[in-house]
Design a binder for this molecule. Structure first.
Ligand code: MLT
Length: 314
């Protein structure tokens, strides 16, 4: 029998709103972001709940030391930093917040689209360096161009809608997208190869799973339309970075905007040397609004579960 209040460890940098919600619901919450895996293993045994973002890796080893743990809550969408089968085998529920940061991530993809089309980061760096290179930067319009959305779920659908507002034609590859939903969204459903052959811009909005890993493989890149541009605000392992580098150097692709990388933190990459590559450090979900929403949602869901056993992904 457990005694006293449930205890939650907030192991990543979540908005303070999360801790407030836990405490208001009568749950003890400790905010300890940035612990080394060994330090985390040492203390995890005293907690009923673990709230995380993407930095904490919830491995089989960590779970083996988590004697009281009943729930892992991910303030965000991707649970690829959680060993879900190992958690499930121990009866630990894993929950995420599939909607809280969807708009923000979609907006980042659109920001990346324009950053690429108009070379905004390079032009900004050049102007700040006092060069005034008005003739160096010749962009492309997005109006009338085809955007290929790979993964047309919570985030991809918002990207599609925003892109239509920009007068782009939107095609989508998503095995889970019904014809009815495609019609509602006004997107044309295509097989992956057809999308790659048609899209001027390709944007990724799928989770990283064994099925999606390397979806933008060397072969896929070869099938992309010459001069196309790639946007990845989803997960690093979706793209073959070495093949992408070659395609950007050869000119087969005109540019790539990457928010996520095979290895994160990404502090060095041959891609960083290319001027047709725009990079951000996994900022897709990084707005005040989204972080507030996912913190509130994850804390509310975890509190419901710890206090009543109810399971929901808001
Ligand atoms: C997610 O899966 O929601 C994102 O990776 C968000 C984050 O950076 O926490």
């Amino acid at each position: 029998e457990r005694q006293g209040k449930p205890r939650v460890l907030v192991a990543d940098k979540l908005s303070p709103a999360a801790v407030e919600i836990f405490r208001a619901r009568g749950i003890e919450a400790d905010l300890r972001p940035g612990l080394a895996p060994s330090a985390l293993r040492e203390i995890i045994g005293t907690y009923d709940g673990l709230a995380i973002r993407s930095a904490t890796k919830v491995t089989r080893e960590l779970l083996a030391a988590a004697d009281r743990l009943r729930v892992v809550g991910r303030a965000g969408i991707g649970v690829d930093n959680v060993d879900v089968p190992a958690a499930t085998a121990r009866g630990v529920v894993v929950m995420n917040t599939p909607h809280g940061n969807a708009i923000t991530t979609a907006e980042h993809a659109i920001a990346m689209l324009f950053a690429l089309a108009r070379q905004i980061p390079e032009a900004s760096a050049s102007t700040k360096a006092g060069k005034w290179e008005k003739n160096r930067f010749l962009g492309v319009e997005v109006t009338g161009k085809t955007l290929g959305v790979i993964g047309c779920g919570n985030i991809g659908a918002i990207v599609a809608e925003r892109a239509q507002g920009l007068h782009m034609r939107v095609v989508a590859y998503d095995p889970y997208l019904s014809e009815k939903r495609a019609l509602e969204l006004g997107v044309e459903k295509l097989e992956l190869d057809a999308l790659l052959a048609r899209a001027d811009f390709v944007t990724l909005h799928v989770p990283l799973t064994e099925q999606t890993r390397n979806v933008i493989s060397r072969e896929a890149i070869a099938r992309m339309k010459p001069g196309a541009r790639l946007i990845n605000c989803a997960r690093g392992g979706l793209v073959d970075e070495a093949a992408l580098h070659e395609a950007l150097v050869s000119g087969h692709l005109a540019g790539a905007a990457l928010d996520v990388f095979e290895t994160e933190p990404a502090t060095e990459s041959p891609l960083f040397a290319l001027e047709n590559v725009v990079c951000t450090p996994h900022l897709g979900a990084a707005t005040a609004e989204a972080q507030e929403k996912v913190a509130l949602q994850v804390a509310g869901q975890m509190a419901d579960f710890l206090l009543t056993g109810a399971v929901s992904n808001a």
